[in-house]
Design a protein around this ligand. Sequence first.
Ligand code: ADP
Length: 449
Amino acid sequence: APQNYDVVVVGSGGAGLAAAIQASDAGAHVVIIEKMPTIGGNTIKASVGMNAAETRFQKMKGIEDSKELFYDETLKGGKFKNNPELLREFVELAPDAIEWLDGNGIALNDITITGGMSIDRTHRPADRSAVGGFLISGLVKNINKRNIEVLLETSVAEILFEDGVVTGVKVVDEYNDSRILNAKSVIVSTGGFSANRELVVKYRPELDGFVTTNHKGATGSGIAMLQKIGADTVDMGEIQIHPTVEQTTSYLISESIRGGGAILVSQAGKRFYNEMETRDKVSAEIIALPEKSAWVIFDEQVRLNNKAADEYLAKGFVVSAPTVEELAVKLNMDQNSLAATLERYNQFVEKQDDEDFGRKTALRHPLNQAPFYGILIAPGVHHTMGGVTINIDTAVLDSQKQPIRGAWAAGEVVGGIHGANRIGGNAVADIIIFGILAGRNAAEYALAN
Ligand code: ADP
């Protein structure tokens, strides 16, 4: 016999978990369906943090920021392709989402910066560790506390739709048995499609052969399921490559390393661009180098400010040396060039003026504390900005821009918020902000109908 719920949440990344928690708090009977054997989706790999402007934590640190500036910088970073209504909602609700997390025992109260932003507004855990693991473990505690049911190794194969209204989902479990779950609301939070090479290459043939930073569940199945019930899509060809990906492991080297003061150096031992520019631009500059790769170079002080750096050291792909010259030898780089590059950069830090590339942010401190470190990186497929269309209530829209009754979507499966280029720290903000909203609205609709 079919089981009955108010709200079915498809996918257990940050968007799905936030939605489920909020829907449960709104009084709905909720189930989370996850096709992988573990909870957390691609969110668990999120590195740098969550952007928000005008937060309590910024005020506590004396950081002056404005929602207006956050809006403008995100729009500029997205090449003015962002959906203005969704972006406005995103910026408005961001501080509330930071408080919602804090109220649920998930404090993101240390603050750093990412490329394309002019102010420290990327909220991360107090111990400066990567945000993904911290966020997912905090959300899972909240799921458990509320006894929300989670079905792992179970895929949603189809969204059921009758007379223009969503009625539930068909799921397939690990034994290939299928069954029906009835629900008035289905929240699709299935993430992006960076790990679906065929789909990526369909939209962007030049990305054939690029590694991806994403987990293998990032196939875009939610987009296809929603299209089947009439959903429209937007910006499907806007696919982000992240500039700093370790190629042997596909491990993302967090933007927080550059945000903490690291630089990028070519095989010739020279800086070649403003490291704090947006991801699209930094990636393009790396691809334009003859070797199509570059080194992230940093010192001990940068390492001490980033827990992620220790993770990279443990992985074994960080080259380290007691002097800059010895590091250059190990990197097969001209010793004099690398030493001269660091010396010149350090002068720019002293003056707070990057005469060569106009880097304006994260000129944190001179890179002069041994040991010195280098990580070889090149761009990798990281985020799909496109996806299904929603309105500001997270209702999925059809091609006439009309809500599909009972269908909700949040997170990377949605298109439009980030335009043509997503700013670092805006994905976590997106999934939490719109996850909460989807949970609230889906519950309210299900309980009223
Ligand atoms: P977001 O960041 O938007 O929350 P994530 O990538 O973190 O997205 O999480 C999406 C989750 O959805 C992943 O764990 C993925 O395995 C899961 N998922 C994708 N498609 C399906 C499906 N058809 N059925 C169940 N789970 C799915």
